[in-house]
Design a protein around this ligand. Sequence first.
Ligand code: THU
Length: 142
Amino acid sequence: MTISRTQLEALRQAAIDASRNAWCPYSRFPVGAAVLATDGRIFSGCNVENASFGLTVCAERNAIGQAISAGCREFQTLLIFTATQQATAPCGACRQVITEFAPNLDIISVCDGSDCLQMTMRDLLPHSFGPHNLENASSLSE
Ligand code: THU
């Protein structure tokens, strides 16, 4: 992992700050995520729940969405913060969204306790379905 201590601390702080804005009245499980782009920019997001539970969007997907909306598509590290004693890995839906842009992304998960997870997207979603699967697809009309 080629991330500096300063970048790591900036990511951690951005994820913690985002988690404070989490809208999670149903789960009471605030999550913050911050992604470091290859150009050094940091984008963050929190989970946004909905009374129609299935519409909840996770912190990781919101952080990636912020980056994409700003025209940023290349990432080096994603950091997740949960206000728990154990670090949390991203859910399956987030893994799929992350892999669209960054199939080799480094992922760090931290929490209120000393537990910490270090993962890569390759660990989390091997044999993934992605944009490459849509290349050279034979058309139905052929
Ligand atoms: N959540 C995230 O934000 N990221 C994950 O990777 C796992 C789950 C949120 C969704 C929901 O608001 C709450 O945590 C409980 O599942």
